[in-house]
Design a binder for this molecule. Structure first.
Ligand code: MN
Length: 400
C-alpha cells in the first residue's frame, strides 16, 4: 500500500492565500494519483476559526478528493470523533487549529462533513485488498502536555498491520530550545513509521530504528533558509519500506545575504538591486526574495538613508521582496532578539515562541491555578472568550 504524507497546508494564510490553496490542491491531487491513501499531520488551516470562504475552499478541495476512485478504504475508526466516510484521507488538527478544550476545531468540522477522517486520540484502519495499515493520531497539544497525552492514550501498533504513529509537535532533537519538547526516543515504541507535522521544512530521521518523516509545509510561511529547498509530499510504500519525496510547483524562494560594511547608501542600494535582479532571473515566475543585510554602513550614513521600501516597490509584479536589516540599526537588543537573529529559533512559530515565554514567566511567578498555563494561553488567544477567561482567572486568583 502506498501512503502519501502531506502536511501544513495553512489554508487561509493571509500573506500567500492563493499559494496556500493552489499548492495544497496540487499536492492532494498529485498524491491521489500515486498513493492509495493520504495522511495529513495537521495545520490544514492557518487559523483555529477560519472564515466561511476559507472553509468553503477547504470543503471544495476535500470534496473533489473524496470523489476519486480510491482502491483503499477506511474500515475501522476508534478515535475522539466519529468518522463519516471510508475515503482514506486521514488527518489530525495541528497547533494552528488547536482550540480550548471542548471547542470544535476546523479539521473536526471536515470530519463531521464526511470529507476526511479525523483520527485524533485514536486510530483508523485502512484496507486495500489483503493489505492493512493503521494510523494512530494525536493532534497538536501544548508541548508540555504531549508526554502525558502519550502516556494517557498509550498508542500501540496493531499486529498484522503496517502501523503509523502520526502527531504534530516540536521535537527536542530538531529544536533544542525547550525542555518541554518531546525527545524522539520518548515516542511510543513498535510502530513501523513515525510521521510528524508542525515543522515546515522536510526532515528524514530514524526513531526506534524506523523511519521518521516530516514532509514540511506545502506553502512558504516562515521565509527561513531551509524553505528554499522546494515543497512537496512523501509517498511511503508499506510493502518495500521505501519512500520518495514528490515535489510540487511551489513559489520559488531565494534568500540573499548581503553585508553593509562601510558602504554608502547608494552602494548598498545598488547591491540589493543586483541581488534581487539575480534572484528574479529570466524564469518568468514571481519569486519571493528575502534580502538579509548585516553589518554597518559607512560612517555617518544611517540605514534610513537607504530607500528599502522604494527598492522593494520597484519589483512589484516581478518579485515579492522582503528586506531585513538586522544589525544595521544600533537599537537596544536583548537575548530574545539575539536568539531570533541568530536563527536559533529556526523552525519555531512565533506563537510557539510566545507560548514558551508565557509558560516560563508563569512558572517563575509560582503560578498555581487549576488551569494549565498553556490552556490559559489558548483561552486568552481566543478573541471571543477573552472577557470570560479573564473573569474566570480573576475569580480563581481572588477566591484563594
Ligand atoms: Mn504549521
Amino acid at each position: 500500500m502506498k501512503i502519501a504524507i502531506a502536511s501544513d497546508f495553512h489554508l487561509g494564510y493571509d500573506r500567500f492565500r492563493e499559494d496556500a490553496f493552489k499548492q495544497a490542491e496540487e499536492a492532494l491531487e498529485a498524491a491521489s494519483k500515486v498513493a492509495d491513501a493520504i495522511i495529513i499531520p495537521g495545520d490544514v488551516f492557518d487559523m483555529r476559526v477560519p472564515k466561511p470562504d476559507v472553509l468553503a475552499e477547504a470543503i471544495n478541495l476535500f470534496r473533489n478528493l473524496s470523489k476519486k476512485d480510491w482502491k483503499a478504504r477506511v474500515i475501522e475508526v476508534k478515535a475522539a470523533n466519529r468518522a463519516y466516510t471510508s475515503v482514506p484521507v486521514i488527518a489530525i488538527p495541528g497547533t494552528h487549529e488547536r482550540r480550548a478544550q471542548g471547542a470544535e476545531n476546523p479539521v473536526n468540522l471536515l470530519g463531521l462533513a464526511g470529507l476526511l477522517v479525523d483520527v485524533s486520540d485514536g486510530y483508523a484502519v485502512i484496507e486495500k485488498g489483503s493489505e492493512k495499515a493503521m494510523v494512530f493520531g494525536i493532534g497538536g497539544v501544548a508541548e508540555e502536555r504531549f508526554l502525558d497525552t502519550i502516556t494517557g492514550l498509550n498508542p500501540k501498533p496493531m499486529p498484522g498491520h503496517f502501523s503509523i504513529f502520526m502527531f504534530h509537535q516540536s521535537a527536542y532533537e530538531l529544536l533544542p530550545f525547550s525542555d518541554d519538547f518531546i525527545h524522539l526516543d520518548q515516542l511510543p515504541v513498535g510502530f513501523d513509521l513515525y510521521v510528524n507535522g508542525h515543522i515546515h521544512n522536510r526532515v528524514e530521521k530514524k526513531v526506534h530504528g524506523k523511519n521518521f518523516l516530516i514532509p514540511g509545509s506545502t506553502v512558504l510561511t516562515q521565509l527561513k533558509d531551509g524553505e528554499q529547498e522546494g515543497k512537496g509530499f512523501f509517498v511511503f510504500d508499506t510493502s518495500t519500506g521505501m519512500y520518495e519525496f514528490h515535489k510540487i510547483t511551489s513559489r520559488r524562494f531565494v534568500v540573499a545575504k548581503l553585508h553593509a560594511d562601510g558602504k554608502s547608501a547608494d552602494e548598498l542600494g545598488a547591491e540589493i538591486r543586483r541581488a534581487i535582479d539575480a534572484a528574479v532571473g529570466s524564469k518568468g515566475d514571481v519569486p519571493i526574495v528575502r534580502v538579509e543585510v548585516d553589518g554597518s554602513l559607512k560612517k555617518g550614513v544611517r540605514s534610513i538613508d537607504v530607500d528599502f521600501q522604494g527598492i522593494a516597490k520597484e519589483y512589484q509584479g516581478n518579485a515579492l521582496v522582503e528586506i531585513v536589516k538586522p544589525g544595521m540599526e544600533s537599537i537596544e537588543t536583548n537575548t530574545d532578539v539575539e536568539a531570533l537573529r541568530k536563527g536559533s529559533l529556526e523552525n519555531m512559530s512565533v506563537k510557539d515562541y510566545g507560548l514558551g515565554i508565557f509558560v516560563e514567566k508563569l512558572k517563575a511567578s509560582k503560578y498555581s491555578l487549576d488551569i494549565s498555563p498553556s490552556e490559559l494561553f489558548e483561552l486568552l488567544s481566543e478573541d471571543a472568550s477573552k472577557d470570560k477567561v479573564l473573569k474566570k482567572a480573576l475569580e480563581q486568583l481572588f477566591s484563594s
